[in-house]
Structure formats: C-alpha cells, structure tokens
Ligand binder design. Sequence first.
Ligand SMILES: *Cc1c(COP(=O)(O)O)cnc(C)c1O
Length: 406
Amino acid sequence: MNRDSKLASPYLKSFPDEKGYFGTFGGSFVPEAVAIAMQEINDAYNLIAQNGDFIAELRKIRKHFQGRPTPVFFAHNLSKECGGAGIYLKREDLNHTGAHKLNHCMGEALLAKYMGKTKLIAETGAGQHGVALATAAAYFGLECEIYMGEVDIAKEKPNVLRMQILGARVVPVNIGAKTLKEAVDKAFEAYLKDTKNSMYAIGSVVGPHPFPKMVRDFQAIVGIEAREQFVEMTGELPDVVCACVGGGSNAMGIFSAFIEDCVELVAVEPLGKGSALGHHAASLNFGQEGIMHGFNSIMLKDESGEPAAVHSIASGLDYPSVGPEHAYLHSIGRTKIAAIDDKEAIAAFFALSRKEGIIPALESSHALAYALKIAPELKGKKILLNLSGRGDKDIDFVSEHYGYGN
Ligand SMILES: *Cc1c(COP(=O)(O)O)cnc(C)c1O
C-alpha cells in the first residue's frame, strides 16, 4: 500500500494527479450522482489506505488467504528451446482463484468493509471478475450482486455456477446485445439506487477516478514481489518486462515496480483474427483518444464514434479501450506496445503446457507468445512476464477448436 517503499517512488506518488489524470488521460466523466459516490470512495481510499490496521489486514489476507507471495519461475525448457533470452514467469496463476484479479478484489472489498458498506456490486463479461469479487464478498461476509448479459451467462456456465456457489446473486441482463456493455449500465443503475450501503467494484485499471489508481495500487504487490524475487534469483533486473493488456491491471501491477528503472516495458494486446476493426481488441495499437465508461483514454471507435465491437480468443482481453495510465505511459514513450493474434496465443498456450507443465490462461498466453517471439533475438538477456492466470477455464474451448496441441 501507500507505505510500501515502491509506492513512495516519485512517479507513483505524482501519477495520477488529484483529479485522476495521467497527462490528459483518465479523469472522471460521469453524471453528478456517480461523481458524488466516486468522490466518497476517493476520500475514503486516501484516508484508509494510510491506516495501519488496513495495511496489516491486507498483508495478512495476501499471505494466509491468497497464498502470496506467488513465485517467479525460470522457464528453463522453453528458454533453452528458444535459444536466446531467459524467460521468467511471475506465477499469478498460483494466486488463490487462479488469477491476479483477486489482488484488487480483496483490496476493494476490504475498503468497502472499512467504509461500512454491506454490499458489493459489479458487472462481469466472461465471469472472471465476478468470481473474484464473489470470493472476496464471501471472505468478508458482504452481499454480492453481479450483473451479467444473458448471452454471456449462456456462454460461461462454469463461472456462473462458481459465483452462485460462492453466494453471489447473478442478475441476468436481457437488454440490447445482452453482453458486457449492457451489464455495465444495469450494474451502475443498481449501484446508484443504493450508494450508501453498496460499493461498485471495477475489475481493472479502468473507469472513473479513483479506480485506475486504486486498482493499480492493489495490483502493485505483483511488481513489488516480482522485482525482489527476480533480483534475488539473478542478481540483476530483467531487460524486458511484458504483460497482456485487456483493461491493463495485471500489466500495471508488474510495470509499476519498474517504471523508474532502465527496463523495457511492453504492453501486449490481442490482435485477434487480424487488424480490421472488429477483428481484434488492440486499443493502444489501433485506437484514438476518446471518452467511454467515465474516463478519457485510447479507444476503438466504430463509424458513429461509439465503442467498437471487438474480438479476442481470450475473453478477458476483449475490451475496446484501455486503462488511462497505459495510454499515458505509451504516449510519453515509456512503454512499448505489441500485438499477438489468436493463433500465436494458442501456440504459446500449448508450448507452456507441453514444455513446462503449466497450462496458462489464454489471456496470459498473449504475453508469453510475445516473449517467445522476441527471445531468439535477445541472447544473454532476460525477459520477465506476468503469467496473469491459469488456463483451466479455457481447456474446453481450446480442445474443442484446436485439439490437444499435437
Ligand atoms: C481479466 C484477465 C486479464 C485481463 O485483465 P487486465 O486488467 O488487463 O489484467 C488477463 N489475464 C487474466 C487471467 C484475466 O482473468
């Protein structure tokens, strides 16, 4: 949290500014009622995040409930096969529930508890955020209401069941396209009816201020651990750090510890089926500046200027915008961007499964595919990537469409 020495670094202390801006990106573009609720969360966060009890409780949760620290692992077989750079994985797949999302969900839920809230509200697309939040709600004894489009409910049955088993109420949304966008609208509507008792929990470094900052701060533990572990293992810093970017929370988590170091940071976006609009979700690669979901960033727009339809084989990456901090860091040249298509991600998925005995999430497979692509040219260098989650959730889809990797 804010007391950790890394978060006291000059960059992290000054970005975002008090209005939530990273340069021109970020901010809060929401109706008055939402603005009041966001201000309340912001004020509470600034106060509570400095509180010794809050910090101690969060540390205890990370250690005893989530199983942190997660290890950094040297992928010896894959590195050898590439014949170039050494490839190291930060194992967020070993975080409780199998992905990094629980890091910010536990933080948000703990904040809700300290604020005296009794209910957590959110939307979910593929259900990953819903499951992580339902887990946090169960831990803290909070009510949990997850809005989900009917199309997504039909597609993501196991995650719907998980949320229900964890005690969350999954509310089907049957308006419009019945997917994520409509679920966001309905979840906000429900939240605005009861901002006094409920907390809206955003699932990435997106949305109005203070969420991009708060979620980054909660995810920063990934980078703090990884940096220390990497230095302990190798005696030096990595040359390249990469991560997949949907909204950008796992990437900001690991990047945040290296921003002031001489380390190349690469945001890897999903190129899906190709570069035509609608075939990918590579917002930083192909997008333009614009406002959606309450913040100014780089987004993919359709002809009418609305958020474009997007595609990625990894449902956690198909978002038509990106966290404002990523837009900023790329605009000043601090981060590099790359794009990996569905096929390359699938190849990486099988490579890690077969060569190291780790089945990665399809999202994380994008970061891995990038590492595998550049490694042969980087002899003697070291690449650290954030393995954001495990791939158990993806095995039915992958085996149905791609067999078993033979
Ligand atoms: C949701 C998810 C992502 C994408 O979200 P970010 O906010 O970009 O990190 C990546 N990996 C996994 C495993 C996910 O569940």
